[in-house]
Write a protein that binds this ligand. Structure first.
Ligand SMILES: [Zn+2]
Length: 487
């Protein structure tokens, strides 16, 4: 399975100042001891290996003797078998008896070595390093973290063993500032979840982190949301994202050298089995009448509308009403400071943004689903650079509002990143005339109404027919060769 790693800033959700200070103290305490624990575990790993080596060496001469004896008996028995003389029966019986004795002796030695190891490790070899480290560090580091650290250091140790032996690399040492490993498990206390407008990570000691995505150019938010979604659903469909080897890191950054917290999230994404056809292009038209319309260059019968503009407008009106009543309410209430007054408005705005964001998620997911269903290896979308520009070159009002409000940019970037994860290539095309050109003959036609396109070319097989204007545009987009470099 391919693995992707994401780095996301975390902010502690502040409750009281006292708790906030304690939680920072707790983080520093782990940060200041974790590397020492790692080095200790690493040394113990080495020590365990050396112990086993010594044990092997101290028994070597006895094992050698037994093995040599067994080999000799084997060759003599083979000789006797080829001769097949009845007079050798006595000799053969004696040899077999000796052989049995030697095997018993070897089993005894094995048992001996086993017991010595048991005495030494007190438990399994893997567990022994944890036991030792916990005696020293459990008062600073939670057991779950130590367990993950133990596994991490052991894996490192075992993977590097050969190279250390051959001198290609030195033993690993761990430095202050290394990541603090932990496992995100939906069932346990450590989990990621969505609440209202944010995504949170519940951690040890009741620490609650809020994930800060910033500008989020690499779509981390979408990936984390998909991860949370995978956790909620039943496992085993092979489409799930699985978090493994997560860690947090304290990093001093900026001019003031203040400490910031980062989550390093490593996620298994399912391998793609489907090989898609790059020549099959799914065209995505972003419109005013319906948010998205899909068509495919090589399949005339496929058309699909995604989303419902009515629903969208209703939601928008609802939000606007709530805005107005909130504003009214605040005018009638005097007293409080301006900042405090604006807070509920800001919250409502965020809620609205969040609604659009969720909607874009649903839409983009559907686009990818359709692309996969029709084996489309390429997706075409209109470049938003000249999106909605009229003949005179200015952006029409209804488009302006969609661009800004509906955030088509976000929708496109979601489609793009989700496509990438599926191995689908996304190309942007020049949007000029996509809605005024007939997708069957390539001649200019008429978009009589917003929803209807009619071709007037006498040679066209679809001449005079009323074609769904969005479908026609989506077909043009799918078939377009006018690829633009930057969106
Ligand atoms: Zn035509």
């Amino acid at each position: 399975m391919p693995i992707i790693t994401r780095k996301i800033e975390l902010k502690i959700v502040r409750l009281t100042d006292e708790e906030y200070d304690q939680q920072w103290k707790y983080l520093y305490q782990i940060n200041n001891t974790i590397y020492q624990a790692a080095n200790r575990i690493s040394t113990h790993c080495l020590f365990n290996d050396e112990y086993e080596m010594r044990l092997r060496l101290s028994y070597k001469s006895r094992y050698d003797k037994i093995n040599k004896g067994l080999e000799n008996i084997k060759t003599e028995l083979e000789k006797l078998n080829t001769k097949k003389k009845t007079s050798d029966k006595e000799k053969r019986d004696r040899l077999i008896n000796e052989q049995r004795q030697l095997v018993d002796e070897r089993n005894e030695l094995d048992e001996d070595v086993k017991n010595k190891k048991k005495d030494f490790f007190q438990c399994s070899k893997q567990n022994s390093t944890y036991q030792l480290a916990s005696k020293e560090f459990l008062k600073y580091i939670p057991a779950e973290i130590l367990t993950d650290l133990n596994r991490y250091v052991q894996n490192n140790h075992n993977n590097n063993k050969k190279k250390v032996k051959s001198g290609e690399r030195a033993l690993s040492t761990y430095k202050k500032g290394m990541g603090i490993p932990f496992s995100i498990k939906p069932q346990s206390g450590l989990r990621l979840f969505v609440k209202e407008e944010g995504i949170y990570l519940k951690w040890f000691k009741g620490i609650l982190f809020r994930l800060e995505f910033g500008k989020d150019t690499s779509n981390n938010r979408c990936i984390v949301e998909r991860l949370i979604e995978s956790d909620k659903q039943q496992k085993g469909k092979g489409e799930d994202y699985v978090a493994n080897n997560s860690s947090i890191k304290l990093i001093k950054k900026g001019n003031d050298k203040s400490t910031r917290i980062f989550l390093l999230l490593s996620i298994d994404i399912p391998a793609k089995k489907q090989v898609l056809d790059k020549e099959v292009v799914l065209g995505v038209d972003l419109g005013i009448k319906c948010p998205l319309y899909l068509a495919i260059n090589k399949n005339d019968n496929f058309k699909m509308q995604i989303g419902d503009i009515e629903h969208f407008h209703n939601q928008r009106t609802m939000f606007q009403k709530r805005f107005k009543s909130l504003q009214k309410l605040m005018c009638t209430q005097g007293g409080h400071g301006r900042k405090k007054k604006l807070e509920p408005l800001e919250k409502l705005k965020e809620k609205e943004r969040n609604w659009v964001h969720t909607q874009n998620h649903v839409y983009s997911r559907e686009v990818i689903k359709q692309a996969l269903k029709h084996n489309a290896g390429t997706i075409h979308m209109e470049s938003l650079k000249d999106f909605g520009k009229g003949k005179e070159g200015y952006v029409k009002d209804e488009y302006k509002y969609l661009l800004r409000y509906w955030s088509y940019y976000e929708l496109q970037s979601m489609i793009e990143y989700k496509a990438k994860l599926e191995g689908i290539e996304v190309k942007y095309i020049d949007p000029a005339y996509t809605s005024q050109t007939c997708s069957y003959c390539g001649e200019r036609g008429e978009r009589k109404k917003q929803e209807e396109f009619v071709c007037t070319n006498p040679q066209c097989k679809r001449r005079g027919e009323k074609i769904n204007a969005d479908f026609n545009a989506a077909r043009n987009i799918a078939m377009s060769k006018k690829i633009v470099k930057d969106n």
